[in-house]
Design a binder for this molecule. Structure first.
Ligand SMILES: [Zn+2]
Length: 131
């Protein structure tokens, strides 16, 4: 093991308080939050089981590790959640003047360019279809 890694090798936690491993040397069965997320999991209230540490240009990087076996599936949004999000997006992309719905979010005030500056942005060019 390279010396720089040995500094962060503390599987009993005697030095760092919790089991600590150099980057990429953590045992199987442990994963960072991001690694859990990539597998459709989340810590789900489980305690931090260990940590990985690595030398960065400025100081030491730390990432907490969780037991994969204790992880829970990511919450999937309910139909109600999805409806709420859709309604919110629709409100954000609907012009308050002409009531057209755009496929992007309008600026604060929710007025489209055509209505905000009719002289510059005539109604003819790029008029979206009403939703
Ligand atoms: Zn408008």
């Amino acid at each position: 093991m390279p010396r720089i890694a040995a500094r962060f090798y503390d599987p009993t936690g005697s030095r760092y308080g919790i089991p600590t491993y150099p980057w990429r040397m953590a045992p199987d069965g442990l994963a960072t939050k991001r690694q859990l997320a990539a597998r459709g999991l989340r810590p789900g209230g489980a305690a931090v089981a260990a940590q990985v540490m690595w030398q960065q240009r400025r100081g030491v990087g730390v990432a907490y590790l969780y037991q994969v076996a204790e992880a829970k599936p990511k919450r999937t949004p309910t139909a109600g959640n999805l409806r709420a999000v859709a309604a919110m997006l629709a409100a954000r992309s609907t012009c308050q003047v002409c009531r057209l719905t755009f496929d992007y979010c309008l600026p604060v005030g929710r007025v489209c360019l055509h209505c905000a500056e009719p002289d510059r942005y005539g109604r003819d060019a790029n008029t979206p279809s009403a939703a």
